[in-house]
Design a protein around this ligand. Structure first.
Ligand SMILES: Nc1nc2c(ncn2[C@@H]2O[C@H](COP(=O)(O)OP(=O)(O)OP(=O)(O)O)[C@@H](O)[C@H]2O)c(=O)[nH]1
Length: 316
């Protein structure tokens, strides 16, 4: 095989688009890959002006890159992230109908040949697969992040999320001096509920209560988390005892209003919650453990006092 025939054969077999333009920007080489994905055979484009073949490219980045390659001897690489699918190239006729272009990475290179004015080589690679994989990986990473910060059963924040948010809020409150209230909320007589209705219905009720409580929070930094089995914790930044008390009382009443029938052996006809509350202020400057410990003690006081109630314990 002669050398030109060999080169012709290799060019035809290449798995990327190859275009060569002469100094006047006329197409002088167009390989089979380009014909296959553009729908234009070499005989239709050879000898034509590049911008006549690709009218939509006028004034675009690729037009500038060709200009710089031909007249300033500058090469350029157009990554698909910044220049999405510049050429109208498609994987097949169906994709063309849908207008779904191949994702492309484009390299524009000056070609200096002895005795000729400068030409320019344009290489187009199909990076659709890489782009698809990258998108998939990004989505998976986001999913994992969400999963690692939310509780699978109820969909609210999990304990890890609570710990991180609590650290942040304590730090923020130390800087700003604003108050920070914490509620610990526990479903009353949940063991008899599970024993009577079964664990699966117990799960459903847990999720329903979590959802109802979460629906009461409207400020962006308020956070409700599943703290333990049937216990929730609510972080309320920037509100002092009075406002937090009103919200906590409304949350208690909201669960009662759900009117979820309780087990016959419970003291209550409906599912209820007990709530313990404590507030960090600039004056008491409580650390995380003290705030949580105090809200926890208040919760147990609410249980001892008969349940379905709110108890506030002050930090001295
Ligand atoms: N269905 C279900 N039950 C859970 C889950 N996590 C914890 N529990 C149950 O919650 C119940 C908690 O019971 P206890 O701590 O004894 O207290 P209680 O019966 O709720 O009574 P008081 O808290 O004193 O009002 C236990 O029976 C746990 O099995 C869960 O994810 N799903």
């Amino acid at each position: 095989m002669t050398r030109p025939a060999l080169l012709e054969c290799a060019l035809g077999a290449m798995n990327l688009g190859v275009i060569v333009l002469d100094h006047a920007r006329k197409v002088v080489l167009w390989n089979r890959w380009m014909a296959q994905h553009s729908g234009q055979h070499a005989s239709e484009v050879l000898g034509r002006d590049f911008l006549d073949v690709f009218d939509g490219m006028r004034g675009r980045r690729i037009d500038g890159a060709v200009h710089h390659a031909l007249y300033d001897n500058f090469p350029a690489i157009l990554s698909q992230t910044l220049h999405k699918a510049p050429f109208p190239l498609y994987v097949d006729a169906e994709a063309r109908q849908r207008g779904e272009r191949l994702q492309q990475a484009v390299a524009v290179t000056p070609l200096d040949m002895p005795g000729e004015r400068r030409h320019c080589l344009i290489q187009v690679s199909d990076v659709s697969y890489a782009v698809h994989r990258e998108r998939l990986l990004r989505e998976q990473a986001l999913d994992l992040r969400l999963q690692s910060y939310s509780d699978g059963l109820t969909g609210i924040a999990n304990r890890r999320h609570f710990d991180a948010a609590m650290d942040n809020e304590i730090r923020r409150t130390k800087r700003s001096g604003s108050p920070l209230s914490l509620l610990m909320i526990d479903i009353d007589f949940f063991k008899p509920y599970n024993d009577y209705f079964g664990h699966q219905q117990g799960d459903e009720t847990l999720a329903r209560v979590a959802h109802a409580l979460a629906g009461m929070l409207h400020r962006p930094l308020d956070l409700i988390a599943r703290y333990g089995g049937e216990e929730f914790a609510v972080i309320l930044p920037d509100i002092g005892e009075d406002q937090a008390r009103q919200l906590a009382e409304a949350m208690r009443a909201r669960v009662e209003q759900l009117a979820i029938p309780h087990a016959p052996s419970s003291d209550f006809a409906q599912v209820t919650v007990s709530i313990g509350m404590a507030t960090r202020t600039a004056r008491n400057s409580a650390e995380t453990a003290v705030l949580i410990g105090t809200a926890d003690r208040a919760l147990y006081a609410a249980k001892r006092a008969g349940r379905n109630r709110l108890v506030i314990e002050r930090i001295e």
